[in-house]
Write a protein that binds this ligand. Structure first.
Ligand SMILES: [Mn+2]
Length: 275
């Protein structure tokens, strides 16, 4: 059945992170397409939306990046509830946690309750860089040290920012050491899942490491929104509470293949149109 292509698909919730607006890496064109294709009751912007670190070292703000912001604001005007959880690249917004900006709510973390009654911790994830680095020590030192590490992580990077240094990113550091990347990602996933458990949630939805995922860790569900620099991924929640990772480029390819198949309907049975 042919769908009306102009009408956006309405979902209950949309989770997006790591757009990195203000950098050359941001795939704003793809992102605009995605925002045109999807509408939601609630949108969580899960950090690193605007890249403040990059903008400081040279202004890069093409029209397409403006269009993304306009598109989001238009959704707010049309009734979408937008919650912005700052990450390390837009941590200047952390000074505004608890306030509302043009209808956009700024929060540090959120607990999202899905339509099927599950609770998900929504958080960017950089808050745990320090914990990850010193995980073994912290395990010995207990809960107080853990809280201290979270606090130190924030303070350290605030100072680095004042000094005009770049954010010390554990994920960037790990990516340099490619061999460690796999175990790094595994560790990040575990720590975030643990945090969700600590907060009495059944799952976590985060970003930060630019690596989309949907997997079970024990009885917890770990979801990562990925990014709009390399992978162009996001997470949607349907009205029945089903949550899934969308890889937008694959979706576009599938759509195109479908259109081509519809354009040549007289294929003999058993044969498929191959694009
Ligand atoms: Mn980040």
């Amino acid at each position: 059945m042919a769908e009306d292509d102009d009408r956006p698909i309405r979902v209950r919730t949309l989770f997006l992170s790591d757009l990195h607006l203000g950098t050359r890496g941001c795939q704003a064109g793809m992102l605009l397409g995605f925002l045109r294709d999807y509408d939601a009751d609630t949108i969580y912007l899960v950090g690193d939306i605007v890249d403040g670190w990059q903008l400081k070292s040279g202004w890069y703000w093409p029209q397409a990046h403006n269009d993304v912001v306009q598109k989001l604001l238009r959704k707010v005007r049309k009734g979408t509830h937008v919650v912005y959880l700052p990450g390390n690249h837009d941590e200047f917004l952390r000074n505004y946690v608890g306030t509302t900006f043009g209808g956009i709510e700024i929060a540090d973390t959120a607990i999202h309750e899905s339509a099927d009654g599950r609770r998900y911790l929504v958080i960017h994830g950089d808050q745990f860089d320090m914990v990850m680095r010193h995980q073994r020590w912290l395990a010995h030192l207990g809960d107080g040290a853990y809280t201290l590490a979270l606090w130190l992580n924030t303070i350290l990077n605030r100072f680095r920012r004042r000094l005009g240094l770049s954010y010390w990113s554990l994920s960037a550091w790990a990516k340099l050491k490619v061999k460690n990347a796999v175990s790094f990602i595994g560790k990040f996933e575990e720590i975030l899942a643990e945090e969700a458990k600590r907060r009495g949630a059944q799952g976590v939805i985060c970003g930060h490491i630019h690596h989309a995922a949907d997997r079970s860790i024990g009885d917890l569900r770990y979801l990562n929104t990925g990014d709009w620099v390399e992978s162009c991924t996001g997470i949607i929640e349907h009205y029945d509470g089903r949550i899934e990772v969308i890889h937008y480029p694959s979706l576009l390819r599938a759509k195109e293949a479908e259109n081509q198949a519809q354009a040549q309907p007289q294929l003999p049975p058993g044969r498929r149109a191959v694009a």
